[in-house]
Write a protein that binds this ligand. Structure first.
Ligand SMILES: [Zn+2]
Length: 306
């Protein structure tokens, strides 16, 4: 059990979750901006609709959820073409591709594709172990189909009256985090990189908090009006500054404890308690089990410190 918890802790901030988020998507959407609607769930699935084409960002966990996302996209679509991309390679974001119709054009950055090839299979094994529900949704899921379009830094999708800029700006939660900036809405679909009051977690051999901060700088320059995270509620552009301030503050708190000679485990306990006083809204955020995510954050900061 402890081994399993440890292994999962390396993946997502889902680390010590006693109960895993319910994985079944619904067909309900909320509108974020003129061309962007979202299914709120695990994860949030964003749908960008133009006159000629529709883009879905993230698949949901397993083909059954992928089929729901595709159905909702078709319902909202005005144009013929259906595009799909994924914020990162983890199964709730990418392993539902089999539920999309075969003509779907799958687009993904090359770093993320490499991560999926290298670590996708072991991640499926880990997710199947998280809960019987997850195992059922991932039953029979093996090799995921390759993308139709692979890009290095940016792919621009002209959907007709709206453009989705698919961006790879560096590593953060994973190596291949993908950001989607929708113009003219100025809506950013931010994956794990910008969330709404959720303790950030670097997954396995993903990025670092230093590289994460560098990505946030690039995002700030886009001046988004709306931000759609993958595991928390949509908000406005100020979420970027909030994310940066949190990482800087908690990192300096952790480093101060390291300087005092505290072990990472003790610092994790201390900061879990400080966090509840300093960030009461985060601590109570029902979107994600933040209290159990703080020790992982601290451990990572300790490991990254020179
Ligand atoms: Zn993830």
């Amino acid at each position: 059990m402890r081994l399993r918890t440890l292994a999962i802790g390396l993946i997502c901030p889902m680390a010590a979750l006693a109960q895993f988020p319910p994985p079944n998507l619904t067909e309900n959407t909320i509108r974020v901006s003129d061309h962007v609607q979202v299914i709120l769930g695990f994860p949030n699935v964003a749908i960008v609709t133009g006159e000629r084409g529709t883009l879905v960002v993230d698949t949901g966990l397993g083909p059954a959820n992928g089929a729901i996302a595709a159905r909702v996209a078709r319902k909202l679509s005005k144009g013929q073409k259906l595009y799909l991309t994924t914020t990162h390679f983890h199964p709730e974001h990418a392993a539902g591709v089999g539920g999309f119709p075969p003509e779907t054009i799958l687009v993904r950055n090359s770093v993320q594709q490499q991560e999926l090839i290298g670590q996708g299979a072991e991640m499926l094994v880990l997710f199947r172990r998280l809960s019987p529900d997850y195992a059922k949704l991932l039953a029979g899921v093996d090799k995921l189909r390759p993308p139709d379009v692979v890009f290095d830094n940016e792919a621009k999708l002209d959907l007709g009256g709206v453009t989705a800029r698919l961006l790879w700006l560096g590593a953060g939660h994973t190596k291949g985090d993908e950001l989607t900036f929708v113009e003219p809405d100025r809506t950013l679909i931010s994956g794990d990189i910008v969330q709404n009051k959720v303790v950030p977690g670097v997954s396995g051999n993903g990025g670092s908090f230093t590289s994460w901060l560098a990505v946030l700088d690039k995002l700030e320059a886009l001046k988004p009006r709306y931000v759609v995270p993958d595991h928390s509620h949509p908000g406005d552009g100020s979420l970027i500054a909030q994310e940066r301030a949190f990482i800087l503050d908690m990192r300096s708190r952790a480093l101060a404890l390291k300087k005092q000679g505290l072990s990472a485990a003790d610092a994790g306990k201390r900061l879990t308690s400080d966090f509840q006083t300093a960030y009461p809204e985060w601590a109570r955020n029902p979107d994600w089990p933040n209290l159990t995510s703080v020790p992982g954050f601290v451990q990572r900061v300790y490991a990254e410190a020179p």
